[in-house]
Design a protein around this ligand. Structure first.
Ligand code: PHE
Length: 453
């Protein structure tokens, strides 16, 4: 607790692990490899790294600073920065609603990993034809009971951690889960690198062929940089509010971005060598993890062991992100409405669970319910959150900080506790110009103002 009675991280490393746990999630292990696969490999990776360094990292620093400076959760934080009457507090609402909606479908996907752990453990994939294994994903998607069950299990797990508080819940459990995750990843990378397709896999990820790079891929890389660093959902603001003035935020942020990127690359190094070894295509798209990989595992010696390890890893990564999406919403209710942590976690956790029900039923009972265009409920929420809320939220935060805050205040906050204070002008330049322009481009492209992909 700090002097205002607010919870604080127990250790610096605990904070770095918790923030990395938020950043490392389905985005690293499910989304990044398939995007890399679909966008031609190495060149996409290079662009993505540039986006992380030049746009993602400065914004990560910004969000953590907003949190630490105000010692508040998102809505109150923006209010504290600009006063009660300012419309800026709407931004707090925007990021919280985004997080709430995001968790409602993130939990459904996280839940699928539970089904796949069970299937692997029971050796369901063994001696089945690739087509049968592919179809299992469709069967899961169209099974209402299973989706509801796993979605509920996932949410209850997140709630159980959040209810225990910052140190005893989030910090302790992310430390444990991330520790196990690292070991599991190393096991899988070891498996990948000793398989016959290792060289081809490594080449695919690390040797850039820029002729394969499309303008659309560049924007996708940028969008993914926001997604993977858990920006624009109020998470880093909330996590930053549990830091004290001694914390070197720019340095910590650098570590979080490095660990997160490292894991995304390791995920490629475990997936592509095995995919190539068994003669599969890298361009499988979103089905890469849930369709292609189980087929590969089914043909590999001790495949069910590795399959179980892999899906556990996916589940742990998703849970540590899931709790980080729940925490800001819970914290906002604690700060703003004076609720107890337990009450806030129960009420809001169950609300997310309920709001997620239509997403969980999107492949079955509610398959004919179309919302945005031809999209079912799940796809609509996914589309809204990833394509609209994400860029808009980040854009709003960058513009607000870059253009509406006093430069003096920003500078004093930037250098506080930091050994890299001299980079303040670079940071300010990125927040003022580079990130807003980048996000504007993504956004205009998504809404169809111009079409790159
Ligand atoms: N960063 C998480 C991932 O890579 C996703 C996420 C986004 C989590 C936004 C929280 C908020 O999976």
């Amino acid at each position: 607790m700090n002097h205002q009675g607010r919870e604080q991280w127990k250790t610096k490393i605990g904070f770095i692990i918790a923030a990395s746990g938020s950043a490392i999630g389905l985005g690293n292990i499910w989304r990044f490899p398939y995007m890399t696969g679909m966008n031609g490999g190495g060149a996409f990776v290079v662009v993505y790294l540039l986006c992380i360094v030049f746009i993602g990292l400065p914004l990560l620093i910004t969000e953590l600073k907003i949190g630490r400076m105000t010692q508040r959760s998102p809505i109150a934080a923006f209010r504290a920065l600009k006063g009660k009457k300012s419309p800026s507090q709407l931004m707090g609402w925007l990021v919280l609603v985004s997080g709430f909606m995001m968790l409602s479908f993130y939990s459904v996907v996280g839940g699928w990993s539970l089904e796949y752990i069970l299937k692997s453990f029971l050796s369901v994939f063994v001696s089945k034809s690739p087509q049968t294994i592919y179809d299992m994903f469709g069967e899961l998607y169209s099974n209402p009971a299973k989706n509801l069950l796993w979605h509920t299990c996932f949410m209850l797990t997140c709630m159980a951690v959040v209810v225990a508080g910052v140190q005893r819940g989030i910090e302790r459990w992310t430390e444990i889960l991330m520790g196990i995750l690292l070991v599991l990843i190393l096991v899988m990378v070891g498996r990948g690198l000793t398989s016959p397709g290792a060289a081809e896999g490594i080449r695919f990820v690390f040797s850039p062929d820029f002729s394969k790079l499309t303008p659309g891929a560049i924007l996708e890389a940028l969008g993914h940089a926001f997604f993977t660093l858990s920006l624009a959902m109020g998470i880093m603001i909330t996590y930053g509010s549990y830091l004290d003035d001694k914390a070197d935020i720019p340095r910590f942020s650098f570590w979080v971005a490095t660990v997160d990127t490292g894991v995304a690359l390791l995920a490629c190094l475990m997936i592509f060598p095995i995919v190539f070894s068994y003669g599969f295509e890298a361009q499988a798209g979103p089905g890469l993890v849930f369709k292609t990989l189980p087929v590969v595992f089914s043909q590999m010696p001790m495949g069910m062991f590795f399959s179980t390890v892999f899906f556990f890893l996916l589940f742990f990564a998703a849970v540590t992100s899931g709790i980080s999406i729940l925490e800001p919403v819970v914290r906002a209710a604690m700060d703003g409405l004076g609720w107890q942590r337990k009450t806030a976690t129960l009420i809001l956790g169950f609300s997310v669970l309920l709001v997620g029900v239509p997403s969980a039923l999107s492949g079955s009972t509610l398959a004919s319910l179309k919302l945005l265009g031809e999209r079912n409920f799940f796809d609509s929420v996914d589309y809204l959150v990833t394509n609209w809320f994400f860029p808009l939220g980040s854009l709003a935060v960058a513009i607000f900080i870059g253009w509406f805050m006093s430069e003096k205040l920003l500078q004093s906050e930037f250098v506080k506790g930091s050994k890299v204070g001299k980079y303040f002008p670079v940071w300010l330049f990125v927040v003022r110009y580079v990130s807003p322009v980048g996000m504007m481009l993504i956004f205009l492209n998504i809404v169809g103002f111009f079409k790159l992909f």
